[in-house]
Structure formats: C-alpha cells, structure tokens
Design a protein around this ligand. Structure first.
Ligand code: 26V
Length: 795
C-alpha cells in the first residue's frame, strides 16, 4: 500500500539526495541529477530488507547459494526496484510534482550490459527470483568497465563502438574496498614441509562492489557482488622518479585490463590467456570470499556442503573445482580424496550449449603457464577419476594436450543440469554419454524461466493492468494463477480489452520506430519479431529469405488479400563472426528495397533498429504479435526470449527446439505455429549430401529468392556482394535453411490467416499468456533449490 506518508517521505528523500548527496540546487538540476537522486531514494528503501535478510540468514544458520557467472545482463535497475517495492505510482506522481516525467527519467539510465545474451540474462532473472522466493544467495561476477559493445549500422553494416556505462555515477552499488582479495597467476610450485605451495609470479587485487537485488514486495534482498581488478602495487616509484611514467604505470595497466571488457563472442571459443585470467579472477575471489564468510561462522571445513552451494553458470567458473581443492589441500591440510568429496558436494554445473565450437578447452601449455598448481590438481583429479571409474569407458579431462572444461565441471559437480527437457536429453545422449553412464542420475533438467516482474508487470503495464482487473492481484509471484484468464477467453469484452492493450503497445512502438528509424509502420499490421544474438543456428537468414519470398508474392498478386506485416529484427553479431555480419547487412539491404517499393503499398515493412539490448526488448516484446523461434532443431539449448513473448501474448512460430517444445506442450498445438525438421530428422537429413540442392529445386519461391540475391537485386551498387552467401545456402547449408524453408513459408501463411480472423487471433494470444505460468523463473529457482542446492526458502 502506497500511503500519503510514503509519498511524502519519498519526496523528501529525493530532495535531500539532490541537495546533499549530489550538491545540486533543484532549480538547476538536470535529468541526470533527478534520476540519480530518485535512484538513491529508492535504494535507501532496499537497504532495510537487505540487512534484515542477511541478519536472518546468519541467525537461522541458513545455507547460502553462490551463483558464479561471468555474465549478468541486468539492464536498467531503477524501474525494476521501484516496481518490486510497490512504489511505481508514487514515483510517477512525486516526480511529476517536480516537473519531471518518470518515464523519461527511467529511460535516462544506461543499461548494465554485463553479458552477451541468454546466459547472462538468465543469471539476472535468477537473481531476482532468488530474492523473490527468499533463497539466501550471492551472485558473483566481474564489474566490467565496458559491457557489451554498442552497435551502429553504416551502409547496413554493423559497426561496434565501446560501451561506457560507468562514465556516469552508478547509483546502485556500494563499493567495499575492505572486501578485497589477492589473486595470483603464473609463478611456480614449491614443496614446503611436505606440502605443495603455489608461489604466484603475478598478483592483482579483486575489490568488491555490492548491488542489492530486491525481490517482489521487498520481502527479501540478496547481493550481487561484482569484482573490480586493481593493481596490488600502485606504481613503480623508482621508474616514476626516473621520469619513465608509462613504464611506472605498467602494473596498474596490467591489472585493470582484467576487468576492462566483457568478451563479446559467445559463438566460437578462443583460447585467449586474458579470458582464462578473467575466469580465475572471478572464481578465486568468489571462493576466498565464500570461505571467509564460512569460517566466520566457526564451522568445520568438512561441513562446507551443509552451508554452501556453489553453482557454475556454464564452464566459465569451472576452475572452482580445482581452486577449492587447492585451498582445502594446500592451505587447510585436508586429504586430497576428502577435499574432492567436499568440493563435489558443494558444486553444481549448468550446461548452456551443445555447440562444439563454443565448448571451452584450454591448451595445457596455457593452463599450466597461467595456473601451474591448478594444472597439477586437474591432472590428479583426472587420474583419480580414471582409477575409480576407469576404462573401458573413460573420457579424460586432459586429452590431446587440452583441458576440457566441460568434463572438468562434470566430474567436480554433484549435479549437472541442462536448461530445457530436450537439451538435457541431448546433454545425456550426445554431449556426455560416457560420463552419464559412469554417473547415472547426475545429469538432471531444470527448464529455464524468466522473471514475470520485469518481463510482464514492469514492461507491459497495459496487459498487467488487465490481468489484475480480471483475476485479481497475486499473479506476480504465483504465475500459475494466469490460468485463471482462460475462463475469460470466451468473453468478447475480455478479448477486446486484451486486443486494446496490445494495440496500445503497438502504437507506442510505431511512434518509437517512426522517430528513431524514420520508417512509418501501421500499428494494425501484424508485428512479427525476431530478437536475439545473430547466429547461423538461430537462422535470421531463414527469416529474411522468407521476407523476400513474401514481398515477391505481394508483387505478383497486388490485389491479394494480404495481411499487412511489419517484420522486426534486433540483435548483435560477435565482432569477428563474418557470416553473421553478412546476414545483418543482407537484412538491412533488403529492408531498403522493400520499404521503398511503391507496389508494396505498406503491406510489408522490414525494420532493424540497431543496438538491441534489454531495454529495447522491454519495448519490443509487449508490442509483438508473432514470436520468431526458428532455430535448427537441436541447437538452441532453451531460449528465454520465447518465454517472454509467450507471457506477453505473442504466439510462437517455431521449430521443435529448446524450450519451444515445452511451450507447445503448455499452450497446445492450436495456439502455436509449428514447422520444420525435428532434432532427429536434422541428423538424418544431413546424411544426404544434396539436402540443400534438393530442397531448393523442390521450392520455386526459394529458388527465385536466391536468384534475386545472387543477381544483386538488393545490392545494385555491388551485384556480387552476396555470391558467397548464396553459394553457402546451395552447397554448405549446415543449419538446413533450405530444407526448412518451404515448411516455414507455409507456417507463415497459416499465421497470416489466423491473424486475419481477429477473434481467433485474440483467443490464441490470450491463451499464450494464460498458459505461460510454467515459465516463471521462480519455478526454475525452486527446482534448483530442491534438486541441486538442498536449500529451503526463507519465505
Ligand atoms: C561461451 C563463451 C566462450 C568464451 C567467450 C565468452 C563466451 C560467452 C558465452 C558462451 C556460451 C554461451 C552459451 C549461451 O549463452 N547459451 C544460451 O543460454 C541460454 C540460457 O540457458 C539459453 O536460453 C540459450 O538457448 C543458449 O544459447
């Protein structure tokens, strides 16, 4: 309940922060000043529940979860915190009283883009859900000075520029210079008094920055602790005094590169030493912090698993295994076998990809050079495992002069999980078949989810208002209640209101596209959206080829009964991923031709706003009619965007891949546009060396589309620009774009027909929202707590 009292209090606190924290006269305060003052006032209101949660965790001796992740893609924090504290209305009014528009203030905040895509955004949703369900937890990550690059288009091509979120004051964090640890690298191993001792050759400091993460209704708050790298010695005074200023600053420069930038490539694994150092930096700082807190409670180290659960978000923090063993054995004097048991009982590993090119493996040369003692421990773990579970099935951790991080994480974890039912099955059958046979039951599934506070309540006030009016409050932290909407789907009044909410979101998006892209789009057209990283397996290429076929069909039959469409793309390509960048350029080239074709008469528009990020997702997803989830079956581990669209009332056009399978199961085939080969059929299909050629020759529209691209229809200034791309579709179509094209084209036709029947469409859309309860990340977190962490919720 927002009372007059809380409103007055908020107002006073904003003014106080503006005046005394920022030193600004309200007369001269800028938008930035108002935003930071409001953020501090909101942050103040998180501090009490935050302290209370920490006190309860200590007092009740609760087990804590430590979520280790190289990425946390959190986006903006102001509105999220305001909504969770139940203060959005109050903030809107109070800011209006100051002559400030809350929306404008909210949008002034830069995104914290400390992640690439799905894996990092999942970590952010998990942090929010752990706070909502009352799971005592810390997120550990790196405080990158520069998050994911900014994307611009120049002549349709992606251009990257550095991102700079910390240029302005970041009001959400508390610097904790007193919580700092020394992190070692390189050096050598000595035997001292019968024990192995690592003597690092380089050191840096990891210094903590804490951001409180508050859950729904402010009932619980946890900490996201991000580490910044600092030099252990500030500078070389001797060199400085000699006037060699650059050389004097070397230790500082060296250290700071560690937390300087996020690696922007989640496609292809590269064995870069800096990346390995970043991974150890995060892992070592986290483990030192965990053990410091554990020891403060006075428990015996063998009791660690009763008090501590450590989750490795993919293999990036998989050094947690050998590092924990090193601390227990070398520093604490535990027996090696005991240390292994203790470590394994604490550790869990989540796998997020099957793509072989994205699986981490380090050359033993690099690994042994950067982490000499860990190399010895990894070899000892490997031989221990071989001895106990040995041949004939044995798959090594160290093989062909490489350390395989997936195998290491598997062996060191008591549970290994995939992120959707299909994916977990493939993890068992294709990725770790031998290890699965040696450790039956270790691999489990935890289907991903997303937080409905950010991805429905906050980003879609129109729809959440209608939900509240229809089924009452309480769905936000009990999303299965959305099922209550089903009873209203037959009510024409409800359907009209559902349609009106969507229409309002689409009108707002049309305005935004008009202002930012200079493209006029009709809010009554069908908004068909594909937003995600650009990857071959996600098949944005399939989408744009179908756009061209659709355009041709309109031109061939201008008087046809066409459903007006806006095809929206969003997403970044890794800077070194040439094929993905070529696809971006093709989409932009096609949009120029199609959007300016008078014969199309606005029946088809293609828009690709640059720099897709969390904030753009919050704008696009509530306005989407159709959700594009068209990856090659077997390649998308789960997808989480697919769940956000579903919640916001957008039916899916998609393949049987990742969590699409479970979306289909929940929503029913009549509310989903299914097409394409299954994972098994994909494998079979590849056995035919002529699969692409056969598919192209059997599908005239596809043949025509490829012909037009090859002839330079979309690149008249450089007709052979896409020769390579077209050649690859014909001859090296690994992701089966050609083989799935005809089915996709047909499914698009079915979607158009469904959309043309307004009543039918609104039923489908509403059913998607009504049946999306399963995809709350609260459900996922409760699954991890029960099946992996053995933690009871405090709420
Ligand atoms: C790999 C690497 C390699 C080293 C350089 C940096 C880097 C960063 C990320 C990755 C792996 C990315 C794997 C990933 O993002 N998987 C996605 O995880 C989502 C959450 O589980 C899931 O929904 C998506 O389907 C899956 O692609």
């Amino acid at each position: 309940m927002v009372t007059e009292f809380s409103r007055e209090g908020l107002k006073a606190d904003i003014l106080r922060h503006l005046t005394y924290t920022l030193g600004k006269d309200p007369e001269h305060a800028s938008r930035y000043d108002w935003r930071v003052a409001l953020s501090y006032a909101i942050r103040d209101r998180i501090v009490e529940p935050w302290f209370a949660s920490t006190r309860r965790t200590w007092a009740e001796g609760r087990k804590r979860v430590y979520y280790l992740s190289m990425e946390f893609l959190i986006g903006r924090l102001l509105e999220d915190a305001t909504v969770n504290l139940g203060l959005r209305e109050a903030a809107v009014e109070v800011m209006a009283g100051f002559g400030q528009d809350f929306r404008t203030i909210v949008e002034d905040e830069p995104d914290a883009a400390l992640g690439n895509g799905g894996l990092g955004r999942l970590a952010a949703c998990f942090m929010e859900s752990m706070a909502t369900v009352g799971c005592p937890a810390y997120g550990y990550g790196i405080r990158y000075e520069h998050g994911l690059f900014r994307q611009r288009f120049e002549g349709g091509r992606q251009v990257e520029t550095p991102e700079d979120w910390l240029r302005q004051t970041h009001p959400w964090e508390f610097a904790r210079p007193e919580s700092a640890y020394t992190i070692g690298f390189k050096g050598h191993v000595e035997t001292q008094g019968g024990r192995e001792v690592w003597v690092p050759g380089e050191t840096v400091r990891a210094s903590a920055h804490d951001t409180p993460v508050v859950g729904w209704k402010g009932r619980w708050a946890n900490t996201l602790r991000l580490w910044a790298a600092e030099p252990t010695t500030l500078f070389d005074l001797e060199r400085f005094n000699r006037g060699d200023y650059a050389a004097a600053a070397e230790p500082e420069a060296l250290a700071r590169t560690l937390s300087r930038v996020l690696y922007p490539d989640d496609t292809t694994y590269q064995g870069k030493e800096l990346r390995l150092k970043q991974e150890f930096f995060l892992t070592s700082a986290a483990l030192q912090d965990i053990l410091r807190r554990f020891k403060a409670a006075g428990h015996a180290l063998t009791d660690l698993p009763r008090h501590v659960a450590i989750q490795m978000n993919d293999t990036h923090p998989a050094l947690a295994g050998p590092e924990l063993v090193r601390i227990l054995v070398d520093d604490e004097g535990m027996m090696f076998d005991t240390a292994l048991d203790v470590a394994r009982a604490c550790l869990g590993y989540t796998n997020h990809t099957l793509l072989p090119e994205a699986l981490e493996r380090w050359a033993t040369f690099t690994f042994g050079n950067v982490l000499p003692r860990h190399m010895q421990i990894v070899e000892r773990i490997d031989s221990w495992h071989r001895r106990i579970y040995g041949p004939p099935h044995y798959v090594g951790i160290v093989k062909h002069h490489e350390v395989r991080m997936g195998e290491l994480a598997f062996v060191m974890a008591h549970k290994v999980n995939g992120v959707s039912a299909l994916h977990s099955d493939l993890v068992k059958r294709n990725l770790f078949p031998e290890l699965n046979a040696l450790h039956p039951g270790r691999i489990i599934n935890q289907t991903n989810g997303v937080t409905p506070r950010r991805w429905l309540k906050m980003c879609n006030p129109a729809l959440s208002g209608l939900i509240g009016q229809t089924i009452g409050e309480g769905w936000e932290d009990d999303l299965d209640r959305l099922r209550g909407l089903e009873a209203h789907v037959d009510d024409a009044g409800f359907r009209a209101a559902f349609g009106a909410a969507k229409r309002a979101n689409k009108a707002a998006l049309s305005d935004w596209i008009g202002r930012n892209e200079g493209v006029a789009v009709d809010p009554d057209a069908m908004f068909d959206v594909q937003v995600k990283r650009i990857h071959e397996y996600k098949r944005q290429l399939l989408n744009i080829l179908e756009c061209i076929a659709h355009w041709q069909a309109i031109r061939a039959n201008p008087n046809g009964n066409w459903v007006p469409r806006v095809r929206i793309f969003g997403g970044k390509a890794a800077p070194g991923y040439a094929v993905a960048k070529e696809i971006i350029r093709l989409i932009n080239d096609v949009s120029v031709v199609v959007n300016s074709d008078p014969e199309v008469r606005g029946l088809l528009k293609i828009v690709y706003p640059p720099n897709y990020n969390v904030s753009m997702a919050e704008r696009l997803i509530p306005a989407a009619d159709l959700s594009e989830q068209i990856s090659t079956a077997g390649k998308e581990a789960s997808g989480t965007g697919n769940m956000k669209f579903m919640m916001n009332g957008a039916p899916t056009i998609g393949t049987l891949d990742g969590a699409n399978v479970e979306i289909l199961e929940q929503v029913g085939a009549e509310n989903f546009f299914l097409f394409g080969l299954t994972a098994e059929e994909v494998m079979k299909r590849r056995e035919n060396p002529d699969h692409a050629r056969d598919a192209i020759l059997a599908c005239q529209p596809l043949q025509d589309v490829l012909q037009m691209i090859a002839e330079g229809r979309f690149s008249p200034d450089e007709p052979d620009r896409y020769h390579g791309l077209v050649h690859r579709v014909w001859h090296h179509d690994y992701f089966l774009v050609a083989s799935d094209f005809a089915a996709y084209h047909a499914a698009q036709g079915q979607a158009a027909a469904a959309y043309a029947d307004r009543d039918r469409w609104l039923r489908m859309a509403a059913m998607n929202t009504a049946r999306s309860g399963f995809f709350s990340s609260d459900r996922t977190i409760r699954g991890y707590m029960a099946d992996i962490w053995s933690v009871d919720p405090a709420l």
